[in-house]
Design a binder for this molecule. Structure first.
Ligand code: RB5
Length: 149
């Protein structure tokens, strides 16, 4: 798969751990920046870059990183068709795929360790959508989006 990765300065510390997990899986990484952890940048710009890559089909899924994962997930979710789950542990990463059919996850470089980000990245991408009863719930999310975007 092609995975878009983007972060702000707050997420930069865990970006390498995320990319390491992707490379080990054999994924192609679309690295959309930021490229250092010292220059302060605005997380909405990076959430948007990754979300558009997923929306436009340049990437199959996206992973975004900021200090907490909160701001960049909110920004990514403003792009139609994006379901970006803010995850803080491997169970959430699993559920994001299994129940929510998330096409992006967001994590925080100030709340998760590189090891945790590595594990969450692997679990998110190794897990498939369960479908079944979750289909209609995800369809309801899409209906909300269709009616309000
Ligand atoms: C940047 O200082 C910080 O606000 C950002 O990385 C993120 O945590 C926002 O949600």
């Amino acid at each position: 798969m092609v995975i878009a990765v983007a972060c702000d300065h707050g997420g930069f510390a865990v970006k390498e751990a995320c990319i390491k997990a992707l490379k080990e899986r054999g994924d192609e990484v679309l690295d959309l920046g930021t490229y250092n952890g010292t220059e302060s940048v605005d997380y909405p710009d990076y959430g948007l870059k990754a979300a558009l890559a997923v929306k436009n089909g340049q990437a199959d899924k996206g992973i975004v990183l900021c200090g907490t994962g909160i701001g960049i997930s909110i920004a990514a979710n403003k792009v139609k068709g994006i379901r970006c789950a803010h995850v803080t542990n491997v169970f959430c990463a699993q559920m994001a795929s299994e129940h929510n059919n998330a096409n992006m996850i967001a994590m925080g470089g100030r709340i998760s360790t590189p090891e945790e980000v590595y594990e969450m990245t692997k679990v998110f991408l190794a897990t498939s959508f369960a479908g079944g009863r979750h289909e209609k719930r995800v369809a309801k999310i899409t209906a909300i989006e269709d009616g309000n975007f």
